[in-house]
Design a protein around this ligand. Structure first.
Ligand code: NAP
Length: 259
């Protein structure tokens, strides 16, 4: 049995939609008080209202993780509202697709600004509060794309998701004396609001390429993040866990057909 996370203060960047909203919902369901962060209040306020109403409180804070001052403010507002920060889920990320031959310098700068710099600035801003917690936890949302797999159009995205893992390994060493752990979740293909735009054919193809023959849910990712946040996971740091229904395992199409 895990020690309950009731009353812990959790900050989820990109918690207003998709995977981050799923992570926030799982933590709130476990009794934690959660701040969800995004740039757009028109999405963030209703998301927080939807997630509230359970055991844990949920509040929206507007911030852009590309900006150091915004990251400092989101951390300060979380401390003010919930008395500290026990868990940071640095999840905000973007994934525009563009082939290498058409990629501009600004395409590269933009994606690194959110996915890499944004993750690092978020962690840095929350460090003092995480240290005061005495059992601080950081969970990064990386991806299978980059660290393990590739997909045309996402070479820059894959580079950012692999960069997050490079960051976490040294951060884990630096943060260990402060009793802060840092780990990463690597989602496969997850059902989010954006999936519908890709059409039913895309979804069917993806399902066929996954040994469990289903896409992941945002709760699948939330539960893995929740585990890293428990007291019982205190000796795990610098690690990355794949949550993908076995998607990265088949060595070829034949391996799936032989199932
Ligand atoms: P999503 O549905 O598009 O949600 C992205 C969230 O991040 C939103 O809350 C968005 O809010 C926020 N955000 C984006 N840029 C931001 C910024 N500069 N500052 C603050 N918040 C920002 O995306 P998702 O699919 O859930 O992806 C979330 C994370 O999971 C990403 O890191 C992504 O790389 C990773 N991932 C996703 C999948 C998948 O299948 N969906 C698979 C593997 C990994 P605003 O737009 O209002 O700012």
């Amino acid at each position: 049995m895990f020690t309950p996370l009731t009353g812990r203060a959790v900050l989820v960047t990109g918690g207003t939609k998709g995977i981050g909203k799923g992570i926030a919902g799982v933590f709130a369901g476990a009794g934690a008080n959660v701040v969800v962060v995004g740039r757009d209040p028109a999405t963030g306020e209703p998301a927080a209202a939807e997630l509230a109403g359970g055991e844990g409180e949920v509040a929206f804070v507007r911030a852009d993780v590309r900006e150091a001052a915004d990251c400092e403010r989101m951390a300060a507002e979380t401390v003010e509202r919930f008395g500290g920060i026990d868990v940071l889920c640095a999840n905000a990320g973007v994934f525009p697709d563009v082939r290498l031959e058409d990629m501009t310098e600004s395409d590269i700068d933009e994606i690194f600004a959110t996915n890499v710099k944004g993750s690092m600035l978020s962690v840095k801003a929350c460090l003092p509060a995480l240290e005061r917690s005495g059992r601080g936890r950081v969970i990064l949302t990386s991806s299978i794309t980059g660290p393990i797999t590739g997909y045309p159009g996402w070479s820059h995205y894959g580079a950012t998701k692999a960069a997050q893992l490079g960051f976490l390994r040294t951060a884990a060493i630096e943060l260990a004396p402060k009793a802060i752990t840092i780990n990463a979740v690597l989602p496969g293909n997850i059902v989010t609001e954006g999936l519908a735009e890709l059409g039913p054919e895309y979804r069917q193809k993806m399902e066929e390429s996954i040994p469990q023959r289903r896409l992941g849910t945002v709760q699948d990712i939330g539960h893995a993040a929740l585990f890293f946040a428990t007291d019982e996971a205190s000796y795990i740091t610098g690690q990355a866990i794949v949550i993908d229904g076995g998607q990265v395992l088949p060595e070829s199409l034949a391996a799936l057909e032989a199932q």
